[in-house]
Design a protein around this ligand. Structure first.
Ligand code: ADE
Ligand code: ZN
Length: 319
């Protein structure tokens, strides 16, 4: 019986397994530049975040209809449930779809067809978080928020993702202010490849409640102290960090040191189809590589619910 847990850092487009990518390509008449799933898997050798993002955006070409987004999310929820995930807060990247002529409604309604019956079908409650691409302009982010207005009953919050270095959080102040005024929760990727200052900016300028990754906070002891004091949750993604070379090996991952420092760490899968594992796989991998105790594992699971956007009564039911 896997440990019940919440997944708080998961890009739904990053759950596109090679088999589903080829099935959707065939259904939609999209030609992929790979002969088969085996050849595609061989392309999953990344040097850094950008080399992954190139493939991640390329494969999205197969996602065209509501049915595609439903099938994608449903396949993820089934796998997540099998690994003990009871609650999932799921990112999506609307700009990557709008740029290909796929409407916001197609994406949100398609995802919702899976999310709306996930509790009943998979025993997994869900929330949807819309991310802005930080390597697109601040105006584009504002336009994206505008396009999402008819669907805000389906969306709990906003996030910030894609290529980090050279795209500091402060550029997105206006769209985060607008999102807050609409009652949306706020998170942002910071300190994955970018410097600790980006984490501080995400907190001070964007008003985020949770930091996605936050790995590089460990370079700044004053920032660590602040994150501990303010109980800011960090959504760490250990297998992702190895595959994108943020750390050399899992044994070098600072998770154990971060827990010892008192940080509110959670363990998540990021883009599991690309990085070799879903939430439970990440839990097992860090336990084995870092020698974490059962008490550490229970703390990580508790943290995942505490850091979620579930209400207290929902949280108790999900645990
Ligand atoms: N988009 C999908 N996965 C991402 C990651 N790990 N960092 C930034 N943007 C992403
Ligand atoms: Zn991410």
């Amino acid at each position: 019986m896997p440990l019940p847990k919440a997944e708080l850092h998961l890009h739904v487009e990053g759950t596109l397994e090679p088999e589903l990518a080829f099935a959707l390509a065939a259904r939609n008449g999209v030609e992929l530049p790979y002969a088969d799933t085996e050849e595609l898997r061989k392309a999953y050798a990344f040097d850094d975040l950008q080399s992954f993002l190139n493939l991640y955006y390329e494969l999205m070409a197969v996602l065209r209809t509501e049915q595609d987004f439903e099938d994608l999310a449903d396949a993820y929820l089934e796998r997540a449930a099998a690994q003990g995930v009871r609650h999932a807060e799921i990112f999506f990247d609307p700009q990557a779809h709008l740029a290909r002529g796929v409407a916001m409604g197609t994406v949100v309604e398609g995802l919702w067809r899976a999310l709306g019956r996930s509790e009943e079908k998979h025993g997994v409650s869900t929330r949807l978080i819309m991310c802005f691409l930080r390597d697109e302009s601040a105006d584009s982010a504002l336009e994206t928020l505008e396009a999402a207005k008819p669907y805000l009953d389906r969306i709990v919050g906003v996030g910030l993702d894609s290529a980090e270095v050279g795209h500091p959080p402060a550029e997105f102040r206006a769209v985060y202010e607008a999102a807050a005024a609409l009652g949306l929760r706020r998170v942002a990727h910071a300190g994955e490849e970018g410097p600790p200052e980006y984490i501080t900016e995400a907190l001070d300028v964007l008003g985020v409640e949770r930091v996605d990754h936050g790995l590089r906070c460990m370079e700044d002891p004053a920032l660590v102290e602040r994150l501990v004091r303010e109980r800011v949750p960090l959504t760490l993604c250990p297998l992702s960090n190895v595959r994108l070379r943020a750390v050399d090996t899992l044994a070098d991952h600072p998770l154990a040191a971060m827990l010892d420092a008192g940080l509110l760490c959670t363990v998540n899968s990021d883009d599991p189809a690309y990085f070799g594992g879903y939430a439970g796989d990440n839990f097992h991998a860090v336990r084995d590589a870092l020698g974490l105790s059962e008490e550490h594992m229970r703390r990580l699971a508790r943290n995942s619910f505490a850091a979620s956007f579930l209400e207290d009564d929902e949280e108790r039911r999900a645990r």
